[in-house]
Design a protein around this ligand. Structure first.
Ligand SMILES: Cc1cc2nc3c(=O)[nH]c(=O)nc-3n(C[C@H](O)[C@H](O)[C@H](O)COP(=O)(O)OP(=O)(O)OC[C@H]3O[C@@H](n4cnc5c(N)ncnc54)[C@H](O)[C@@H]3O)c2cc1C
Length: 816
């Protein structure tokens, strides 16, 4: 048994595929002084029994990136670490039952192409050629990925372990971590064999991540589900086929029926994600055992009956064999089904690489991402879709986590349509005027748990979930969004917007400190500024509206979803012992957006504030006897104010404004209209248009950089980039699109080459055109350049616009 070291740079808790890959990637990056603790044998958690399917496909850009990296790595890993591995690159077919599913495939193929993948659309005939045992009569077609496949998850883990050990990293098996404490700026990890002091710690404890998180005061948002697959007896016909074809059948996923079917030796492996799914260890009567190493749940095939029958009709060969074995094991789920990879929220020098539902496919990529976080402090690609800070406290609530886990598991392969709001776990955080918004027809969406209206339906509109099952622009919402945008253009609109994240920053030196964090210049007291935070590489970390009250007293306002991310960024950069106080006051205040040419008249009827004060000013005022902060900005791009109040004062203020404004044409509007309005103005949205995939200059935010400032984070990198020339550039495009606007990460083509991607797209109801924002190679970003935007497999002509808003280019309406 290996001796336990007293000190290590990093301790990883958990020796599944993900922990082992993390150790391997840290060692590869030169961090060899790292220790992995595994309480049992490597792979004892979910890894040993996983089916080992390794897809590239994902509807999510970041997740596809992770999986693509894995499949590339696995093809060479055996040789790289000198460990023999059975990696069967069989290719895969994915079946489509509908036109919408084919569109989803087209979109994934497009994203894959941009990442260097080579997936292709299949006709039913192509499907049959790839997979002769398939019934295709009712299919709309499919997708083929030549680089999908399967591998033995234990071999994968052992290969990572060997590679890591060979480079000097340590693995201690049968050595559980039993606690952790912070001491003198270090972590002390407790084990029955002694303690290890370390700089960094990684929670890679799989379905035990919640238990490990508790030592750090971290409530990990997760639930453990049960997932089963069944293995059939040998099938002589398949054996014959395999012999004569020299390989296995491709992996098959009937995503609309919700299962995978894979050849395992000369039998088949069928694994459904069933709607009537089951969670474990959530009731007091079913406590989580201290140790579940190498154990399984009892078989429960009844739950899978529908899926088994469906698969037998699809591949009749399956019906010729009996069930040989069932594997029913624990599989952890976060509330959105993506894993947690990155900084542990609110905890210094602690990281997470846990709660994986596809941890075999994602182990390679997640190890890379985790190692980048630790060794470089940032990831190569933006990884927000797996960043632990995308969830905030409410998401760990057991009822919420359970409702979402079941919803995700039961819809594992579902299409995520842009106008669909998933129904589970809703109404967690409601505005005081929630009932009024619903009564006005509000069709709600959840934003970091906060319920906001997406659009307002009228009596008779189809508000069913069915109606949202489309990628198209058209739908019951379209005329309403248009009316809402036009109300904002012609009269006024109000949007109740609970949930902005906000921090009060106060204390001696606050201004000086903030100045070093943002790229631009701070506003004077009484004014507000839009400011960007960059990392050392000049890449966009976040955007905040910074309201200055006094010399050293600020309110920082940022996106609802950025609450923990931005808090951690601020705290990380606050020097020890600083007199500056940072308080998260997100739950105390709310906001209503009032926008449109009549908004001044509406406000004048309810307040005696000075409404002549110009753009980017703020002032305190009274509305309905309640204290408000009136901020003269407008994300909708019209004359307008944000009205910030105490949460408790939302209703009287809303009522007063509605009563005064309705006769003037004031209408409530929703998030979908706001998205259209802001895109027409070229205003960026966080983690779509604004992400660490782009530097501040690439994001076209040059005018938000004050070069003459002494120093700020990212200045040196941005100066370098400016000197060397910026190779890609933000651009606004008008797309001659048909019935769809460009989704996130649509390829932009020029002369047969991909020259960039869109970061958002919408129909502009004030300019009556389809608009996309994106980032293109600088030469393609020149105004007037003709390009093509690939939307669900079709390329549409598009033209790069001048670098100014499409609506009200001189901001005259905004500043009126
Ligand atoms: C039936 C089934 C089929 C699946 N099929 C696939 C598939 O085809 N493809 C795919 O990608 N994924 C699949 N999965 C999911 C996959 O198994 C998991 O996502 C993956 O194994 C997670 O790996 P991990 O390293 O994060 O966690 P785990 O493998 O669970 O590893 C965590 C490790 O941490 C250890 N540990 C816990 N607490 C401590 C502690 N205090 N101290 C030290 N060690 C500790 C545990 O013993 C365990 O070994 C499947 C899952 C199931 C249930």
């Amino acid at each position: 048994m290996a001796d336990i070291p007293s000190h290590a740079r990093v301790v990883i808790i958990g020796g599944g595929a993900v922990g082992a890959s993390s150790l391997y990637h840290l060692a590869k990056a030169g961090w060899t002084d790292c220790v992995l603790l595994e309480k049992n044998e490597l792979t004892a958690g979910s890894t040993w029994h996983a089916a080992g399917n390794i897809p590239n496909f994902s509807g999510n850009w970041g997740v596809m990136n992770i999986q693509r990296y894995s499949t590339e790595l696995y093809r060479r890993l055996g040789a790289e670490v000198d460990y023999p591995m059975n990696y069967n690159v069989t290719g895969s077919v994915r079946l489509a039952h509908s036109k919408e599913r084919m569109q989803e495939f087209e979109r994934a193929i497009g994203m894959g192409r941009a990442q260097g993948l080579d997936m292709e659309i299949c006709s039913n005939e192509d499907l049959k050629n790839h997979y002769p045992y398939l019934e295709t009569h009712d299919l709309a077609g499919g997708l083929y990925d030549p680089y999908d496949g399967d591998m033995d998850p234990s071999q994968l883990t052992q290969a990572f372990a060997k590679g890591a050990r060979d480079m000097g990293a340590k693995i201690l098996r049968f050595c559980p971590a039993t606690g952790a404490r912070r001491d003198n700026g270090e972590w002390v990890i407790e084990t029955p064999k002694g303690e290890i002091r370390c700089e960094y710690v990684v929670n890679a404890a799989g379905y035990y991540a919640r238990e490990v998180g508790k030592w750090f005061g971290r409530d990990v948002p997760m639930v453990v589900m049960s997932h089963q697959y069944m293995l059939t007896d040998e099938i002589p016909e398949l054996e014959e086929w395999t012999k004569s074809n020299g390989g296995k059948l491709p992996l098959l996923r009937d995503v609309d029926s919700s299962y995978y079917l894979r050849q395992e030796k000369t039998g088949l492996n069928l694994g459904p994600y069933e709607r009537n799914c089951v969670a474990h260890w959530v009731e007091p009567t079913d406590p989580m055992p201290d140790d579940f190493s190498f154990q399984l749940y009892p078989d429960d095939l009844e739950r899978l009956e529908w899926y088994i029958e469906d698969a037998m009709a699809r591949v009749p060969l399956l019906g010729t064999a009996g069930v040989n074995k069932v594997i029913n094991g624990p599989i952890p789920y976060t509330p959105d089904g993506n894993p947690l990879i990155g900084p542990m929220p609110g905890v210094p020098n602690a990281f997470e690489a846990c709660v994986f539902t596809f941890g075999i496919a994602q182990a390679g990529g997640s190890g890379k991402v985790l190692a980048e976080w630790l060794t470089e402090g940032a990831t190569e690609q933006d990884m927000w879709s797996v960043d632990p800070r995308r969830f905030t406290g409410f998401a760990a609530d057991p009822d919420y986590a359970l409702a979402k886990a079941k919803e995700i598991y039961g819809h594992e392969y579902a299409m995520h349509f842009p106008r669909h709001a998933w129904p589970a776990g809703r109404d967690r955080k409601c505005s005081p005027v929630h009932d009024r918004i619903i009564a006005a027809g509000g069709q709600m969406g959840a934003y970091n748990g906060w319920e906001r209206a997406n659009w307002f339906a009228k009596p008779g509109d189809d508000t069913s979930e069915d109606a949202t099952q489309t990628w198209g622009r058209e739908g019951p919402w379209l005329p309403r969004i248009r009316e809402e945008c036009h109300a904002v253009r012609d009269a006024a609109g109000i949007l109740d917007l609970p949930g902005f994240s906000r921090y009060r920053v106060k204390g001696d030196g606050a201004a000086e400190w903030l100045r070093g964090l943002v790229t631009g210049g701070l506003a004077k007291p009484g004014r507000i500024g839009l400011l960007y935070f960059a990392d050392e590489g000049g890449r966009i970390i976040t955007e905040m509206s910074i309201l200055r009250l006094e010399e050293d007293f600020f309110f920082l306002i940022t996106a609802a979803g950025a609450q923990w991310h931005d808090r951690d960024w601020l705290l990380k950069h606050l020097p020890d012992g600083s007199p500056i106080e940072i308080t998260d006051v997100s739950e105390e205040f709310s906001c209503q957006i009032l926008a449109g040419p009549k908004s001044r008249n509406v406000l004048a009827a309810v307040t005696d504030a000075d409404l002549t004060k110009g753009w980017l000013t703020h002032q305190t005022a009274q509305i309905a006897g309640k204290h408000c902060q009136l901020v003269r900005v407008s994300f909708a791009g019209e004359l307008g104010w944000e009205i910030h109040t105490q949460v408790a004062d939302t209703a009287p203020v809303y009522d007063a404004i509605m009563a005064a404004g309705t006769p003037m044409g004031l209408k409530p509007f929703g998030m979908f209209a706001l998205d259209s309005l802001r895109i027409e103005k070229g205003y960026r949205a966080w983690k779509g248009d604004l992400s660490t995939d782009y530097t501040v200059l690439e994001g076209g935010l040059d005018r938000f950089v004050r070069w003459q400032k002494d120093d700020f984070i990212g200045k040196a990198a941005l100066e370098r980039q400016k000197q060397q020339g910026v190779k890609k550039r933000f651009a606004t495009l008008i797309v001659e699109a048909n019935g769809h606007d460009a989704p996130y990460m649509s390829n932009v083509w020029k002369d047969g080459e991909i020259v960039g991607e869109t970061t958002s797209g919408a129909w502009g109801h004030r300019i009556d055109k389809s608009v996309a924002l994106g980032v293109l190679r600088s030469e393609a970003a020149e105004p007037g350049t003709r390009v093509e935007v690939e939307i669900f497999g079709e390329r549409y002509p598009a033209t790069v616009q001048e670098d100014k808003p499409l609506w009200d280019p001189e901001n005259e309406r905004l500043k009126a």
